[in-house]
Design a protein around this ligand. Structure first.
Ligand code: F6P
Length: 359
């Protein structure tokens, strides 16, 4: 048994489906241990800003409402791209905040960036920390799956299904641009699930002629339509990002590669009408699918169990069908996990006769 009496839980970074199921699982497990749970509003802002912004969470918040079944974050989230003070300044504010709130531990639900930031903040105080990975990009290292990924794959796969049907009616090749930043997991998983004809990901080089050759092959086979999945993080053929927009911390804001491909393909090949669709933030907000809710429940309970054992500085992970944990320092050291071009996903896509680039 640990000496914990009160924990905080916060969601950090871009939202995704399944966050509320995580919060609910943490509240239920922590309540069983007799701990009090503070739900921190808007990521670490609820701790570092004054007045502190939080609410006491009880099982009733979730069992008497549909919240665990909904996407979005009940607590609000702090997105990257917001200008913050220096790490030193924020660490001090965080230490003061956790002391004033009387928190013995903080559970952070976030991606690799949030794990890095919050584990640094925690070094400045005695508060314990455990991370739960969430991101529709599925690029948090070490864990096979982050909460939110499979729900986003479902949204993208449904979009591919819908586009395939309208493409058939109009002799079209329809492009769908999906999120994922520099990782092609979301594009590749949904392209395989949706039986797309082409999938372009940032990790594998491609050529426009490679895409056109695939369209010619489809035409020659007698089929009059095609679906092309494009990850937002791929660059133009000459290696540039299409968007020149930056967020407030100077990171590139992605988007526009679908339309670029549409223009380039149309200018060189006209046997199909080409149109581009960008799915955008709808991918973050689908109904949380069963696997994400299962992950959320298992991760939430595991995070509480870790703290109860007196351990901290861990992130829960899913590996080989089981939940375990790793040191947060390992997660921070590993950085972002990209799609491995040698993975079984890419191999299978090629075996299914999908054009996945020059590999
Ligand atoms: O990291 C999650 C993610 O949805 C990315 O896939 C996407 O590029 C980005 O966030 C969008 O961020 P924003 O909400 O700031 O537009």
């Amino acid at each position: 048994m640990s000496s914990i009496k009160r924990i905080g839980i916060l969601t950090s970074g871009g939202d995704c489906a399944g966050l509320n199921a995580v919060i609910s699982a943490v509240v239920k497990s922590a309540t069983q241990k007799g701990w009090e749970v503070y739900g921190i509003h808007n990521g670490t802002d609820g701790i570092t800003n004054k007045p502190h912004s939080f609410e006491i969470l009880t099982v009733k918040n979730f069992s008497d409402t549909p919240w665990p079944r909904l996407s979005g974050s009940y607590l609000g989230s702090l997105n990257k791209g917001v200008k913050m003070e220096s790490l030193e300044e924020m660490t001090k504010k965080f230490a003061i905040g956790v002391k004033e709130l009387g928190l013995d531990a903080v559970i952070v639900v976030g991606g690799d960036g949030s794990m890095n930031i919050v584990s640094n903040y925690c070094k400045g105080s005695l508060v314990k920390v455990v991370g739960i990975p969430k991101t529709m990009d599925n690029d948090t290292p070490i864990t096979e799956f982050s909460v939110g990924f499979h729900s986003a794959v479902q949204v993208c796969t449904s979009a591919i299904d819908s586009l395939e049907l309208t493409a058939r009616s109009h002799n079209r090749a329809l492009i769908v641009e999906v999120m994922g930043r520099d990782a092609g997991h979301l594009a590749m998983h949904s392209a395989i699930a949706g039986a797309a004809d082409v999938c372009l990901v940032p990790e594998i080089p491609y050529t426009i002629n490679g895409v056109i050759n695939k369209l010619k092959e489809i035409k020659a086979s007698g089929r009059n339509h095609a679906v092309i999945v494009v990850s937002e993080g791929i660059k133009t053929e000459s290696g540039n990002l299409v968007s020149t927009k930056k967020n407030m911390v100077g990171e590139a804001v992605y988007g526009g590669i679908g339309q670029y491909l549409c223009n380039e393909i149309s200018s060189r090949y006209n046997e199909f009408q080409i149109r581009s669709n960008t799915l955008g933030h709808i991918q973050r907000s689908g109904v949380p699918v069963a696997f994400d809710r299962l992950l959320a429940s298992m991760y939430g309970a595991k995070a509480v169990e870790i703290l109860d054992r007196g351990e901290d500085n861990k992130m829960v992970v899913w590996k080989n069908g089981e939940v375990s944990s790793v040191d947060l320092s390992e997660v921070v050291k590993a950085g972002t996990t990209l799609l491995n071009p040698k993975s079984q996903y890419v191999k299978v896509a090629k075996e299914l006769n999908m054009y996945v680039g020059e590999i």
